[in-house]
Design a protein around this ligand. Structure first.
Ligand SMILES: Cc1cc2nc3c(=O)[nH]c(=O)nc-3n(C[C@H](O)[C@H](O)[C@H](O)COP(=O)(O)OP(=O)(O)OC[C@H]3O[C@@H](n4cnc5c(N)ncnc54)[C@H](O)[C@@H]3O)c2cc1C
Length: 468
């Protein structure tokens, strides 16, 4: 009988949480295996999430800009047309390059990879159902990083043709004439923006009263106005009750907050109301791994589950479903296993919505500070007053810094504007280092840069902004 291979760590799932954890564990000297059911490594993020989304967002933004945004720069163009097939192929190439890169990193680090569906098989044994049958590996520790899958709504079952999830919407073969997006969170707004730029009439229906629920209200409102100017339509305080596929499209029944019912017909419907933990089929119950009522694996502060030697990180546990959150947890978790003091500061995890303009945030919103009864001082600075934004013609948006009224410590930073996704890194680092608004305000920022808007917003906390 073949010997059961034994590893210090077996990671289930090669998404950003799992593959980064596997690499870090190998760096720390552990023998590591990673089991992935998909043919490629990278998980949701690389294959059907962040990477294909931002590739399409970038391509569609170039398309739109070339069609209508170059004349003011004195650049004349001829007729601009879309080759969606080429755009999709480019996106697929970006994904393939990055997923192959992980395979190379695994080889270099000595991480053993198994293709197959993993299941806890008693103690810390893991059974892997692969293309060539089932095998069992023995692990001193198991890390579950099995991620998440899209939520399906009652009355809106995915047929993956007309009623679709985000994965389907990343690969439409043609531009839908009209698209109903259910949910005005990051994924709905990003994919809605892509298809709107490529020519679709997009309506976003959202149950709450604004875009990007949970993010800073003032800047969310700013983003909403900008998206409306771009041609996205919104129905807020409205629920999509069900949808019927027929003829050339989908008839969706909507109910507004006041009870009014209406019907909207569109070529396709994208349901983007969030994701749920992918914890089914892992043999959790038999292994003694407890989940909460939402199916997320319960962990303690060091990502230990209720079963000895079994850990969990990323989308399959509670917290924001973000790639970098999964990565940080993966690193800190395996460091803990190795006896190193790994740690994640959850209050400094940034979040970004890759619309145009982008919306990036870290830390407390004004509303959260009020709810917690924390007295704050707020500094704001509009990109319209930032020289670099003017040179770029990208003046929509603002930076908002929220500081503790007593200590001046930065509690939150929110940015709607050009390159907000990059600008937020300075804010997150400042918060990680325990900076006060005054520290950012007194740090020399190169001129002319967008980052000067953050410095000015930090100055504005003390009423000392200079360029407004
Ligand atoms: C359209 C879209 C856009 C997004 N954009 C962003 C963004 O811009 N920024 C951001 O931070 N986040 C974004 N996200 C979220 C991000 O993709 C996830 O938070 C992240 O991928 C979670 O990482 P993870 O490692 O926990 O899980 P996943 O990436 O979901 O990986 C889990 C892996 O486990 C594998 N697996 C599951 N069960 C088993 C099993 N039993 N055996 C073997 N393998 C298994 C799966 O096949 C998968 O490869 C986006 C998501 C979507 C859908």
């Amino acid at each position: 009988m073949a010997e059961t291979p034994t590893f210090d760590l077996v990671v289930i799932g090669a998404g950003p949480g799992g593959y980064i954890a596997a690499l870090r564990a190998a760096q720390l000297g552990m023998s590591v295996a990673c089991v992935e059911k998909d043919a490629a490594f990278g998980g949701t993020c690389l294959i059907v999430g962040c990477i294909p989304s931002t590739a399409l967002l970038h391509s569609s933004e170039i398309f739109e800009r070339t069609r209508s945004g170059l004349a003011e720069h004195g650049i004349r163009t001829g007729e601009v047309s879309l080759d969606l097939d080429v755009m999709m192929k480019r996106k697929n190439r970006v994904v393939t390059t990055l997923t192959r890169g992980i395979a190379g990193l695994f080889r270099k680090a000595g991480v053993v990879s198994f293709r197959g569906i993993a299941r806890l098989a008693g103690g810390t044994q893991v059974a892997i159902a692969g293309p060539d049958g089932e095998r069992v590996v023995e692990a001193k520790n198991v890390l579950i990083a099995s991620g998440s899958v899209p939520i399906e709504l009652p009355g809106l079952a995915f047929d993956h043709e007309r009623i679709v999830d985000s994965t389907d919407a990343l690969g439409f073969a043609s531009v839908p004439e009209s698209l109903l997006v259910v949910g005005a969170g990051a994924i709905g707004l990003e994919l809605g923006s892509v298809w709107r730029r490529l020519g679709s009439a997009v309506t976003v229906v959202e149950l709450t009263e604004g875009v990007t629920p949970g993010m800073d209200r003032e800047l969310s409102d700013f983003l909403r106005k900008s998206l409306v100017k771009q041609g996205l339509s919104f129905l807020f305080g409205t629920r999509v009750e069900n949808a019927e596929v027929g003829g050339l499209g989908v008839r969706s029944s909507l109910r507004a907050g006041d009870g009014t019912q209406s019907v909207l017909e569109t070529e396709r419907v994208l349901v983007a109301v969030g994701r749920r933990a992918s914890s089914a089929g892992l043999g959790l119950e038999a292994a003694g791994v407890a989940c909460d009522e939402r199916g997320q694996i319960r962990v303690d502060a060091h990502w230990r589950t209720s079963a000895a030697g079994i850990y969990a990180i990323g989308d399959v546990i509670a917290g924001p479903m973000l790639a970098h959150k999964a990565e940080e947890e993966g690193v800190a978790c395996v460091e803990r296993i190795a006896g190193v003091a790994g740690h994640v500061r959850y209050d400094t995890i940034p979040a970004v919505v890759y619309t145009h303009p982008e919306f990036a945030a870290v830390g407390l919103t004004e509303e959260q500070a009020a709810l917690r009864g924390v007295p704050v001082r707020i500094g704001r600075f509009p990109f319209a007053a930032n020289a670099r934004a003017r040179t770029m013609g990208e003046i929509d948006g603002a930076v908002k810094v929220i500081a503790d009224a007593a200590s001046d410590l930065v509690l939150g930073v929110h940015v709607v504007g050009p390159n907000a996704s990059d600008l937020i890194a300075e804010a997150a680092t400042a918060m990680e280092l325990g900076a006060a608004a005054e520290d950012i305000a007194r740090s020399c920022h190169a001129h002319p840069t967008l980052a000067e808007a953050l410095k000015e917003a930090a100055l504005a906390v003390a009423g000392r902004a200079l360029n407004v």
